[in-house]
Design a protein around this ligand. Structure first.
Ligand code: CP
Length: 320
């Protein structure tokens, strides 16, 4: 049977990928996330929507933004949140991921947030947990990072004034990027005007993937008239030494400098999922400049994760 992210009542139970999710659901999650945003300096939005629910964060790959924001999101919704330190867990004694999940499930964890470098782990785990338990992806191999895709979509909606007629350019190592894949699914579903894919040939995705995007062979072509540009770092952890571009050459050809940003629309906003490699894919003057919304993306990440946790938890409570 084909895996479905929805429960028997058609409510989102797991979130492993944005691929195939309908536009009204994505819009509902973005709208809800907007409700959780507050002016800078004011107290964060809180609710008791997840009171009595336990969220378990299991990250087998490093993370700053996703892990911290899922933790904050859970706590701000009133959940109990545990963060399993994988290096200090019994995984290092040979326990499998599934046995780890079963152990935490037996302690009452209801929502698992999982980041893993291996493709298929999330779906495998989702196929083995109890009916009331949900799996949310915090990143799967090079394939999927759904909450990142949502927060990027929210940034573009807020700072570009919507999706229709807008041009978004993703630049860099798209081949190894789960961020790019989730952004592609979110933006094409939500009706982006044009999505450009821009980077060195060896770092562009295989032909057949991203088929609704337009491939650009130079940064200048990719940036001309763009409303938003998303810079990606080189995913060194997913490539062999021989594949890695030389940093100075890469920056010279693909790095976003103030002069190059000047080729885009005057109001073009700059996104980066983080972590950034300053001086490689992006200059600090751009990353910290007036067109950058990179820190806003981080803020939107907490709001989006609150929206996703709340939405999935509502479906769970309906189950009970
Ligand atoms: N964008 C992102 O996933 O960042 P982290 O790896 O720090 O979570």
């Amino acid at each position: 049977m084909q895996f479905t992210q929805f429960n028997s009542r058609g409510h989102l139970r797991h979130l492993l990928t944005l691929e195939g999710l309908p536009a009204p659901l994505l819009t509902q999650l973005l709208d809800r996330a907007e409700n959780f945003l507050r002016p800078a300096g004011s107290l964060p939005a809180r609710s008791a929507a997840l009171s009595g629910i336990t969220v378990g964060n299991l990250f087998t790959e490093p993370s700053t933004r996703t892990r911290a924001s899922f933790e904050l999101a859970g706590k701000r919704l009133g959940a109990d949140v545990i963060n399993l330190e994988i290096q200090l867990s019994s995984r290092v004694k040979g326990e499998t991921m599934l046995d780890t999940i079963y152990t935490l499930q037996a302690m009452g964890v209801d929502l698992f947030v999982i980041r893993d470098a291996e493709a298929g782990v999330h779906e495998y785990v989702a196929g083995h947990v109890e009916d009331h338990v949900s799996i949310l992806s915090a990143g799967e191999a090079h394939l999927s990072h759904p909450t990142q895709g949502l927060l990027d979509a929210l940034a573009i909606r807020r700072h570009c004034g919507g999706f229709a007629g807008k041009t978004v350019t993703i630049v860099g190592d798209l081949r190894h990027s789960r961020v790019a894949r989730s952004a592609y699914h979110a933006l094409t579903t939500l009706g982006i005007g044009e999505l450009r894919l821009c980077g060195p040939a060896q770092l562009l995705p295989p032909v057949g993937e991203f088929h609704r995007g337009r491939r650009c062979t130079t940064l200048e072509e990719g940036l001309a008239g763009a409303d938003a540009v998303m810079m990606l770092r080189i995913q060194r952890e997913r490539m062999a030494e021989a594949e890695m571009p030389e940093v100075a050459d890469y920056h010279a050809q693909w790095g976003l400098t103030p002069a190059r940003l000047g080729l885009a629309n005057r109001d073009c906003v700059v996104l980066h999922p983080g972590p950034m490699n300053r001086g490689v894919e992006i200059d600090s003057t751009v990353a910290d400049g007036p067109q950058s919304v990179i820190q806003r993306q981080v803020t939107y990440g907490v709001a989006v994760r609150m929206a996703v946790l709340e939405h999935v938890a509502k479906g769970r409570l309906a189950h009970d």
